[in-house]
Ligand binder design. Structure first.
Ligand SMILES: Cc1cc2nc3c(=O)[nH]c(=O)nc-3n(C[C@H](O)[C@H](O)[C@H](O)COP(=O)(O)OP(=O)(O)OC[C@H]3O[C@@H](n4cnc5c(N)ncnc54)[C@H](O)[C@@H]3O)c2cc1C
Ligand code: SF4
Ligand code: SF4
Ligand code: SF4
Length: 783
């Protein structure tokens, strides 16, 4: 296994399947500097058999999950069992069943030093110690080998653990065993064992900790519960909000990095059973009463026919079992989002106490949330500016995350489905938790001290519409936060005419824009006409480059090199979004390059092309034709001979401004007939252009650093509060006036949803209905 990790290191869950499988014991599990265990191969012992790669669940996710549709229940064991369990006591009932039939149970206990470890036992007292969730990553050691031995001797075994651990066991066994029952947890993620022990030592320096009950139930199961720590000198109880370790866990500051990209956070489960907390049961009519008794309820998924048979036998053991449908939780759909300062938190823990590191990073001055059109339909420019700004902020030393706000056009008729875009975003852009409405946007204030909107057409009214104004003008950010626009764009020449729309009786959209703009601590714009517009409104704005220019050509090339898919060279690439100009492009290119054949052309498109391939084709062609702003930007970055032809004079401001800055105005035409071939045949002087880019890029980065370092004074906060109140009053007037209209619209979407015939139609209408519900909620909130 030379120079080769068993799987993608960021995805390695530490499940120990490889460690247990290696035929020559060449693998050791060693702690990394965050305190998580990773396999390390001794190259001197390794015989290159490849078994570790083969067994690794991360390389074989689909082979580890059940394919049958799960049955769902909300279940509660008798009260005495629930008292000792985290939720509804499902684990205890299955464990007792296995013990009573002469079997063994493998689950998690604290050892004498408070390490969470998996043990295999048939001792009832030890199984009781397994009850209760331990919010720390457990070590499975050589349990998989011990389990195999029992199974091979026809002894029944129950294995419980995180989905990745269940997957690890199944891969290790590599065969179905009738006498094995697996049970995975709905898993939020697991914190670092090292930090857990460090926290305990710091909190109780002179005592020996004997137990931490993260879910002490005393009439308060639900959102409010206590964490009870037992030491050799006393018992300490904390509310969840006063317990910084649990807070750090809940806010994803100390999770294993694989948990933030977890491939097992999905509907298809690894275990025969899945257990979790029945959060949300209070919203299910039949389960309301059970939820209210505050003794705990489990959500139980029965994932295959083997589990169904066992569950039929066990139903009588429960106090109550309620069948449900379509139950879901975030961690059954997607992984927990990495806290923006997770890495900083780990770093600071090397030199500070857990508490101090938490206080310094939870809402650090270094945390930056960015809002742009990154989640837009498959749009190369939108995603690449999003990527670039996120990366630039990181290079400048900030913890940047892009706000995961998708304003819903995947259900529109023109939506392009290209999963390669999603793959790129997932791999290369650090996102916040999904945010869907105003309240969730406001929640970001808990984590971020700086908010940036930009770049691209984030202030183009036609695109963002009045429904998104509050978001794209960062009105959700609290007055004490640092509010910045980075290379924002109004998108058109005649900004006034687009904003001259009545909003309420006394205010136009322009009036609202002015107030929103006044709320900013620093404004930078991507186009000259936008800067002039702000100046006319009495606002100070700077002209800076689009963020794609703020990282180097080399950085972009590195990105394209990471994509190993086969690619073909083409002399001429064209990327024309707004019309089919293939013939005109061919005629144009023939004037520039002699001996050109039809195979020498490639039409770049977002339907089936990866972002890296798009960049690669652009970088490797001899001549490029486009009508796209970002097409031009990348042609310039890659020093290509190119021409931009765009007949939509309304939106040319962005190209004109950029071309003027770089002295290449003669590359822009309104139609193909106007092109001056003599000019186009001349090579662009990139020595000059690159120098200018370097200067502007330096200025733009300096501008951004100054904006991020700005001190928000009390006077500024006061004036922001005043403006926010004025905005609130305008929005309140609007909301009141349109309340009835929105209600009727909601009813219409609901009835359309109920009457929809096809599955696709239903999905489309459900989405619209949900979206509308959120907007409606938002309007209510304004009032
Ligand atoms: C780290 C972690 C994150 C979780 N995240 C969620 C979540 O996001 N949503 C949700 O609904 N439920 C989550 N759970 C599960 C939930 O807290 C309960 O464990 C579950 O509902 C079982 O409840 P119970 O009453 O049936 O079991 P209990 O009687 O409380 O038994 C707990 C079971 O969990 C196992 N276990 C305990 N600690 C660990 C550990 N560190 N690693 C692996 N297995 C362990 C034990 O072996 C035992 O089988 C999480 C649990 C853990 C340990
Ligand atoms: S088998 Fe488990 S521990 Fe080994 S590399 Fe894969 S995920 Fe990591
Ligand atoms: S390749 Fe084979 S011998 Fe080498 S570490 Fe992996 S399992 Fe062990
Ligand atoms: S979140 Fe995923 S990777 Fe992390 S412990 Fe849970 S199942 Fe394993």
């Amino acid at each position: 296994m030379q120079n080769n990790f068993i799987c993608d290191r960021n995805l390695c869950t530490g499940c120990t399947a490889c460690f247990n499988k290696c035929p020559v014991s060449a693998i050791k599990m060693e702690e990394n500097d965050e305190g998580f265990l990773y396999p390390v191969i001794d190259e001197n012992l390794c015989i290159n058999c490849g078994l570790c790669k083969k067994v690794c669940p991360v390389n074989n996710v689909n082979a580890c999950v059940n394919t049958e549709e799960s049955l769902q229940y909300i279940a509660a064991a008798p009260d005495n069992v629930r008292k000792i369990s985290s939720s509804g006591g499902m684990f205890n009932i299955v464990a007792t069943y296995v013990l009573n039939s002469g079997g063994y149970v493998c689950g998690v206990v604290y050892d004498d030093n408070m390490n969470a470890v998996h043990i295999l036992t048939n001792n009832k007292q030890d199984v009781l110690r397994m009850s209760g969730s331990k919010y720390v990553q457990s070590y499975t050691g050589n349990c998989f080998q011990q389990i195999k031995e029992k199974l091979d001797n026809n002894i029944k075994v129950l294995f419980t653990g995180c989905p990745c651990q269940v997957a690890g066991l199944k891969q290790y066994l590599n065969k179905e065993y009738e006498n094995l029952i697996t049970m995975d947890l709905i898993c939020h993620g697991t914190p670092s064992p090292e930090l857990f022990i460090k926290f305990l030592k710091e909190e109780y320096p002179n005592e020996k900790v004997l137990d931490v009950n993260f879910r002490y139930k005393k009439d308060n199961w639900g959102t409010e519960y206590n964490i009870v720590t037992k030491t050799d000198s006393g018992i300490y109880s904390n509310k969840i909000n006063d317990h910084i370790y649990t807070k750090a866990f809940a806010h994803n500051m100390c999770l294993r990095i694989s948990c933030t990209e977890c491939q097992f956070a999905q509907k298809q489960r690894t275990g025969d059973f899945t257990i979790g907390d029945a959060w949300g049961a209070n919203k299910i009519f039949k389960a309301k009463k059970l939820y209210k008794d505050k003794k705990g309820a489990s959500i139980l998924l029965v994932n295959n026919s083997k589990a169904k048979n066992i569950f039929d036998e066990l139903k009588k053991e429960f106090k109550q079992v309620i069948p449900v449908k379509n139950y879901s939780q975030p961690n059954m759909q997607y992984p927990s989002t990495k806290h923006p300062s997770r890495d900083d938190f780990f770093e600071k823990n090397k030199t500070m106490t857990f508490k101090k590191a938490f206080e310094e990073t939870f809402c650090s001055k270094k945390n930056v949330a960015i809002l742009n059109h990154c989640w837009e339909n498959c749009n190369f420019g939108a995603v690449l500016t999003g990527y670039a700004l996120n990366k630039v902020c990181k290079l400048l030393g900030y913890n940047a995350q892009t706000i995961n706000y998708n304003f819903g056009n995947e259900m529109s008729e023109n939506y392009i489905q290209n999963s390669l875009f999603d793959d790129f975003k997932r791999k290369y852009i650090d996102f916040t938790m999904p945010v869907r409405n105003y309240v969730e946007f406001e929640y970001l204030n808990n984590y971020f001290d700086n908010f940036i909107v930009g770049s691209d057409q984030v202030w183009r009214y036609q695109i963002i519409t009045k429904d998104n104004l509050e978001y794209f003008f960062l009105n959700f950010a609290k007055p004490e936060k640092n509010i910045i626009s980075c290379a924002a764009s109004f998108g058109i020449y005649d900004i006034d005419s687009e904003l001259n729309v009545k909003y309420t009786k006394n205010a136009t959209i322009k009036d609202l824009y002015i107030k929103y703009l006044k709320n900013f601590d620093s404004i930078s714009i991507r186009e000259e006409n936008g800067v002039e517009y702000c100046k006319k409104l009495g606002l100070n704005a700077s002209l800076i480059l689009d963020p794609v220019f703020l990282i180097t050509k080399k950085d972009w090339e590195k990105l394209t090199d990471e994509d190993k898919s086969p690619k073909e060279f083409h002399k001429v690439a064209h990327y024309i979004i707004n019309s089919n100009q293939t013939e005109s492009t061919v005629n144009l290119a023939k004037q520039i390059i002699t001996d050109i054949q039809i195979d020498d052309f490639i039409k770049l498109n977002s339907k089936d092309m990866s972002i890296q391939n798009w960049l690669w084709q652009l970088n490797n062609c001899e001549f490029f034709v486009t009508d796209s702003f970002h097409g031009c930007c990348f042609a310039i970055i890659f020093n290509k001979q190119f021409v931009c032809v765009n007949s939509n004079t309304k939106i040319l401001a962005r190209m004109e401004s950029l071309f003027k800055m770089l002295g290449i105005e003669n590359r822009l035409y309104k139609n193909f007939d106007e092109i001056d071939y003599e000019i186009i045949k001349q090579k662009i002087n990139y020595e000059k252009v690159n120098k200018k880019i370097e200067e502007y890029s330096l200025f733009s980065k300096e501008w951004l650093v100054n904006a991020l370092n700005k001190n928000i004074t009390d006077d500024v906060i006061k004036s922001k509060i005043k403006i926010k109140n004025e905005i609130r009053n305008i929005n309140k007037e609007y909301a009141k006036k349109h309340r009835f209209k929105y209600f009727i619209k909601y009813l219409s979407y609901t009835s359309k949803y109920l009457l929809s015939v096809s599955k696709k139609q239903k999905q489309h209408n459900k989405f619209k209905k949900d979206l509308f519900k959120l907007r409606h909620k938002h309007l209510k909130y304004i009032q």
